[in-house]
Design a protein around this ligand. Structure first.
Ligand SMILES: C[S@@+](CC[C@H](N)C(=O)[O-])C[C@H]1O[C@@H](n2cnc3c(N)ncnc32)[C@H](O)[C@@H]1O
Length: 227
Protein backbone atom coordinates (compact mmCIF):
# COMPACT_ATOMS: atom_id res chain seq x y z
CA UNK A 1 0.00 0.00 0.00
CA UNK A 2 1.05 3.60 -0.44
CA UNK A 3 2.58 5.35 2.56
CA UNK A 4 0.17 8.23 2.07
CA UNK A 5 -2.71 5.86 2.73
CA UNK A 6 -1.70 5.24 6.31
CA UNK A 7 -4.09 6.63 8.86
CA UNK A 8 -1.79 8.62 11.16
CA UNK A 9 -4.10 9.38 13.96
CA UNK A 10 -7.51 10.30 15.16
CA UNK A 11 -7.85 12.94 17.84
CA UNK A 12 -4.14 12.89 18.67
CA UNK A 13 -4.13 9.14 19.17
CA UNK A 14 -1.82 7.97 16.39
CA UNK A 15 -3.13 4.84 14.67
CA UNK A 16 -0.87 3.24 12.11
CA UNK A 17 -2.28 0.64 9.83
CA UNK A 18 -0.78 -1.61 7.26
CA UNK A 19 -4.10 -2.86 6.05
CA UNK A 20 -6.24 -0.88 3.62
CA UNK A 21 -9.27 -2.44 5.31
CA UNK A 22 -8.47 -0.57 8.50
CA UNK A 23 -9.59 2.65 6.82
CA UNK A 24 -13.11 1.41 7.23
CA UNK A 25 -12.90 1.85 11.00
CA UNK A 26 -15.50 4.31 12.24
CA UNK A 27 -14.41 7.42 14.08
CA UNK A 28 -15.77 7.18 17.62
CA UNK A 29 -16.50 10.67 18.92
CA UNK A 30 -19.29 12.22 20.90
CA UNK A 31 -20.94 15.33 19.52
CA UNK A 32 -21.01 16.52 15.91
CA UNK A 33 -17.96 15.84 13.75
CA UNK A 34 -16.63 17.65 10.69
CA UNK A 35 -14.13 16.06 8.31
CA UNK A 36 -11.83 18.72 6.86
CA UNK A 37 -10.82 17.26 3.48
CA UNK A 38 -7.54 18.62 2.10
CA UNK A 39 -7.24 20.80 5.18
CA UNK A 40 -3.43 21.03 5.08
CA UNK A 41 -2.92 21.70 8.77
CA UNK A 42 -5.01 22.74 11.76
CA UNK A 43 -3.49 26.22 11.89
CA UNK A 44 -5.63 27.00 8.84
CA UNK A 45 -8.96 28.08 10.30
CA UNK A 46 -12.22 26.50 9.22
CA UNK A 47 -15.64 28.18 9.36
CA UNK A 48 -16.62 29.51 12.77
CA UNK A 49 -19.84 27.49 12.89
CA UNK A 50 -17.74 24.35 13.61
CA UNK A 51 -16.11 25.85 16.68
CA UNK A 52 -17.70 23.44 19.14
CA UNK A 53 -17.48 20.44 16.83
CA UNK A 54 -14.98 17.60 16.68
CA UNK A 55 -12.61 18.52 13.85
CA UNK A 56 -10.81 15.75 11.93
CA UNK A 57 -8.37 16.74 9.23
CA UNK A 58 -7.77 14.47 6.23
CA UNK A 59 -4.98 15.17 3.76
CA UNK A 60 -2.76 13.32 1.31
CA UNK A 61 0.31 15.18 2.61
CA UNK A 62 2.14 13.09 5.23
CA UNK A 63 4.13 16.16 6.30
CA UNK A 64 1.14 18.08 7.68
CA UNK A 65 -0.74 17.35 10.92
CA UNK A 66 -3.58 15.37 9.40
CA UNK A 67 -5.55 12.99 11.60
CA UNK A 68 -6.15 10.81 8.55
CA UNK A 69 -3.55 10.63 5.80
CA UNK A 70 -5.43 9.53 2.73
CA UNK A 71 -5.93 10.42 -0.91
CA UNK A 72 -9.46 11.85 -0.90
CA UNK A 73 -10.22 9.82 -4.02
CA UNK A 74 -10.30 6.87 -1.60
CA UNK A 75 -12.84 8.26 0.87
CA UNK A 76 -15.10 5.31 0.14
CA UNK A 77 -12.63 3.10 2.03
CA UNK A 78 -13.74 4.88 5.25
CA UNK A 79 -16.78 3.74 7.23
CA UNK A 80 -20.08 4.87 5.79
CA UNK A 81 -22.23 7.63 7.33
CA UNK A 82 -20.00 8.84 10.16
CA UNK A 83 -19.66 12.63 9.70
CA UNK A 84 -22.16 15.45 10.21
CA UNK A 85 -20.27 17.71 7.81
CA UNK A 86 -17.46 17.82 5.29
CA UNK A 87 -15.44 21.03 5.07
CA UNK A 88 -13.40 21.23 1.86
CA UNK A 89 -11.65 24.50 1.12
CA UNK A 90 -9.43 25.05 -1.91
CA UNK A 91 -8.98 21.34 -2.46
CA UNK A 92 -11.51 20.20 -5.12
CA UNK A 93 -9.51 21.93 -7.86
CA UNK A 94 -6.57 19.62 -7.01
CA UNK A 95 -8.18 16.64 -8.82
CA UNK A 96 -8.53 15.86 -12.51
CA UNK A 97 -12.00 16.74 -13.76
CA UNK A 98 -13.01 13.05 -13.96
CA UNK A 99 -11.80 12.39 -10.38
CA UNK A 100 -14.04 15.09 -8.87
CA UNK A 101 -17.03 12.75 -9.09
CA UNK A 102 -15.11 10.08 -7.14
CA UNK A 103 -14.20 12.59 -4.43
CA UNK A 104 -17.78 13.89 -4.18
CA UNK A 105 -19.13 10.33 -4.10
CA UNK A 106 -16.74 9.84 -1.15
CA UNK A 107 -18.20 12.90 0.60
CA UNK A 108 -21.68 11.44 0.12
CA UNK A 109 -20.46 8.08 1.46
CA UNK A 110 -18.89 9.33 4.72
CA UNK A 111 -21.69 11.80 5.53
CA UNK A 112 -24.62 10.85 7.75
CA UNK A 113 -28.06 10.84 6.08
CA UNK A 114 -28.66 14.41 7.28
CA UNK A 115 -25.07 15.52 6.67
CA UNK A 116 -23.84 18.35 4.47
CA UNK A 117 -20.72 19.42 2.60
CA UNK A 118 -19.28 22.92 2.65
CA UNK A 119 -17.03 23.62 -0.31
CA UNK A 120 -14.84 26.56 -1.30
CA UNK A 121 -13.04 26.71 -4.65
CA UNK A 122 -11.51 29.43 -6.84
CA UNK A 123 -14.08 31.21 -9.00
CA UNK A 124 -12.69 30.72 -12.52
CA UNK A 125 -15.25 33.07 -14.10
CA UNK A 126 -14.46 35.81 -11.56
CA UNK A 127 -10.72 35.43 -12.14
CA UNK A 128 -11.03 35.35 -15.94
CA UNK A 129 -13.38 38.32 -15.95
CA UNK A 130 -10.98 40.38 -13.83
CA UNK A 131 -8.02 39.27 -15.96
CA UNK A 132 -9.68 40.35 -19.22
CA UNK A 133 -11.32 43.53 -17.89
CA UNK A 134 -8.17 44.91 -16.27
CA UNK A 135 -5.80 43.83 -19.05
CA UNK A 136 -3.44 42.44 -16.43
CA UNK A 137 -0.73 39.93 -17.28
CA UNK A 138 -0.92 36.25 -16.33
CA UNK A 139 1.99 36.54 -13.89
CA UNK A 140 0.56 39.67 -12.24
CA UNK A 141 -0.60 39.54 -8.62
CA UNK A 142 -4.32 39.04 -8.27
CA UNK A 143 -4.44 39.35 -4.48
CA UNK A 144 -2.33 39.06 -1.33
CA UNK A 145 -2.91 35.91 0.75
CA UNK A 146 -1.57 35.29 4.28
CA UNK A 147 1.15 33.18 2.60
CA UNK A 148 2.12 35.83 0.07
CA UNK A 149 1.07 37.15 -3.33
CA UNK A 150 -1.20 35.05 -5.55
CA UNK A 151 -0.93 35.49 -9.32
CA UNK A 152 -3.43 34.60 -12.03
CA UNK A 153 -1.20 31.63 -12.92
CA UNK A 154 -1.32 30.44 -9.28
CA UNK A 155 -5.12 30.35 -9.30
CA UNK A 156 -5.29 28.46 -12.57
CA UNK A 157 -2.44 25.98 -12.13
CA UNK A 158 -1.81 25.93 -8.36
CA UNK A 159 0.40 27.98 -6.05
CA UNK A 160 3.73 27.96 -7.90
CA UNK A 161 5.77 28.82 -4.79
CA UNK A 162 4.43 25.76 -2.94
CA UNK A 163 4.71 23.42 -5.94
CA UNK A 164 8.35 24.47 -6.40
CA UNK A 165 9.16 24.19 -2.68
CA UNK A 166 7.59 20.75 -2.16
CA UNK A 167 8.18 19.23 -5.58
CA UNK A 168 4.90 17.32 -5.29
CA UNK A 169 2.22 17.60 -7.90
CA UNK A 170 -0.74 17.18 -5.52
CA UNK A 171 -0.33 20.91 -4.93
CA UNK A 172 -1.08 21.57 -8.62
CA UNK A 173 -4.57 22.52 -9.76
CA UNK A 174 -6.00 20.10 -12.29
CA UNK A 175 -9.48 21.49 -12.83
CA UNK A 176 -11.61 24.56 -12.16
CA UNK A 177 -15.19 25.55 -11.40
CA UNK A 178 -17.84 28.16 -12.04
CA UNK A 179 -20.88 28.48 -9.79
CA UNK A 180 -22.96 26.45 -12.28
CA UNK A 181 -20.39 23.69 -12.78
CA UNK A 182 -19.86 23.27 -9.02
CA UNK A 183 -23.60 23.10 -8.43
CA UNK A 184 -24.04 20.53 -11.24
CA UNK A 185 -21.17 18.37 -9.91
CA UNK A 186 -22.75 18.33 -6.42
CA UNK A 187 -26.19 17.49 -7.79
CA UNK A 188 -24.75 14.68 -9.95
CA UNK A 189 -23.09 13.29 -6.79
CA UNK A 190 -26.55 12.92 -5.22
CA UNK A 191 -26.79 16.05 -3.08
CA UNK A 192 -30.48 16.92 -3.18
CA UNK A 193 -30.26 20.52 -1.90
CA UNK A 194 -27.39 22.74 -3.01
CA UNK A 195 -26.78 26.43 -2.29
CA UNK A 196 -24.12 28.62 -3.79
CA UNK A 197 -23.24 30.88 -0.89
CA UNK A 198 -22.51 34.59 -1.00
CA UNK A 199 -18.76 35.01 -0.82
CA UNK A 200 -16.89 38.05 0.42
CA UNK A 201 -13.98 36.86 -1.76
CA UNK A 202 -14.48 37.98 -5.41
CA UNK A 203 -12.23 35.16 -6.60
CA UNK A 204 -13.86 32.26 -4.71
CA UNK A 205 -17.12 30.31 -4.75
CA UNK A 206 -18.71 28.77 -1.66
CA UNK A 207 -21.31 25.99 -1.75
CA UNK A 208 -23.39 24.09 0.79
CA UNK A 209 -24.71 20.71 -0.30
CA UNK A 210 -27.14 18.54 1.68
CA UNK A 211 -28.03 14.89 1.19
CA UNK A 212 -31.56 15.65 2.33
CA UNK A 213 -33.61 18.72 3.27
CA UNK A 214 -31.65 20.69 5.91
CA UNK A 215 -32.89 20.36 9.44
CA UNK A 216 -34.07 23.44 11.41
CA UNK A 217 -30.84 23.25 13.44
CA UNK A 218 -28.73 23.33 10.24
CA UNK A 219 -30.77 26.21 8.83
CA UNK A 220 -30.12 28.19 12.00
CA UNK A 221 -26.44 27.21 12.19
CA UNK A 222 -25.67 28.16 8.58
CA UNK A 223 -28.12 31.03 8.16
CA UNK A 224 -29.92 29.31 5.27
CA UNK A 225 -33.24 30.47 3.85
CA UNK A 226 -36.23 28.38 5.01
CA UNK A 227 -36.94 25.46 2.65
C1 LIG B 1 -4.39 24.81 -1.31
S1 LIG B 1 -4.28 23.65 -0.02
C2 LIG B 1 -5.76 24.04 0.89
C3 LIG B 1 -5.53 24.00 2.35
C4 LIG B 1 -6.71 24.52 3.19
N1 LIG B 1 -7.88 23.67 3.03
C5 LIG B 1 -7.04 25.94 2.88
O1 LIG B 1 -8.21 26.25 2.62
O2 LIG B 1 -6.14 26.77 2.92
C6 LIG B 1 -4.75 22.13 -0.84
C7 LIG B 1 -4.64 20.92 0.07
O3 LIG B 1 -5.18 19.79 -0.65
C8 LIG B 1 -4.38 18.66 -0.32
N2 LIG B 1 -4.56 17.63 -1.36
C9 LIG B 1 -4.16 17.69 -2.65
N3 LIG B 1 -4.47 16.55 -3.29
C10 LIG B 1 -5.11 15.77 -2.38
C11 LIG B 1 -5.67 14.47 -2.42
N4 LIG B 1 -5.64 13.73 -3.55
N5 LIG B 1 -6.27 13.98 -1.31
C12 LIG B 1 -6.29 14.70 -0.15
N6 LIG B 1 -5.76 15.92 -0.05
C13 LIG B 1 -5.17 16.45 -1.14
C14 LIG B 1 -2.97 19.23 -0.25
O4 LIG B 1 -2.07 18.38 0.43
C15 LIG B 1 -3.22 20.56 0.46
O5 LIG B 1 -3.13 20.43 1.87
Amino acid sequence: MLLVDVIKGIFNKPVKTESPGAHAAAVAVSGPAVLNVGGGNKKIAISEHYQNWNHLLLDIDPDGDADIILDARKLQTLAVGQFDAIYCSHNLEHYFHHDVRTVLAGFHHVLKADGFAEIHVPDMRGVMKHFIQTGMEIEDVLYESPGGPITVLDVIYGWGKQIEKTGVDFYAHKTGFTEASLMAALQRAGFAHVWIAESSDPFAIGALAFKQRPTPAQIALLGLPQV
